[in-house]
Design a protein. Sequence first.
Length: 287
Amino acid sequence: MACNKDHSATDLIVKDLPISQGNFERHKCASCAYEKGLENGTLKLLNFDLENFISNLEESQKGDRRHRSAIEAYTLGFFHGLNGQNNHLAIKDKFKIASQMRDFGLSMVAKGMVNATFSEAGEPYSHAMGLVQVANGFEILIKSKIVEEHPLLVFNKIPKEANLLDGNIKMEDLIEHGQTIMYSELPDRLWATTGYKIAPIELFNRFGRVRNQIIHFAIPKISLSDLTLEFTFKIIEKAINSWWDTTILDYSQDYDDTILEHIFDRLKDLNLSTNYTVDHEYNLIKI
């Protein structure tokens, strides 16, 4: 059945959401999904069967909402409904949580970048480990950016009220009963939450596939060092420059005192750029 509701105001909100034609959200009305998310967010209704709801939504291919992701529309509505409703303990601690995630993620990416910069001589599998560290570190960084807006938005499964001892969602409840979104879902959730688009998305997806291959199957016979540095400086460095006005080069010195003496030659070889350089004493300088 087609949706005939007047969504003129909501359509303006969902018109720039990611396009999705997959699975149970295919052709479903994104504006209906947003309005239900807004309602549930206002009511702080966490125990909600989203898949069943979207599967039973009316269809709509009208105007600005055409092909827009109903899942992301619901998520955005839920976030807007929750805005200002910071009663749960996990939400009150969101900046502390986000800060710790950010520092850990930056440190992990920096360690992986150092591993990718130098030869594997005497350090077997350091390039494969570096790639995994960079991928995992950036996943944490994206989630930390989302948590700055609202901690519950990094979850696709939220603890049911019956599992909470006092009715308040605490961090330990999220860890025990929650389920965070997957790597492949991060770009759309990040965009819906913050407006930041990861680019080039093809590199992001390829890097995730190589990470999974290393973890679950075998190490591919490609230059993992080059790929890791390309991902770090084409995607991660640009993101953290924009989000927090920082550079991964600053954190990398914690893992190797000489990294700044070598990394710029590697970047030049790979035709990669950064907003930073060094002086004659190898002190970082923002260009």
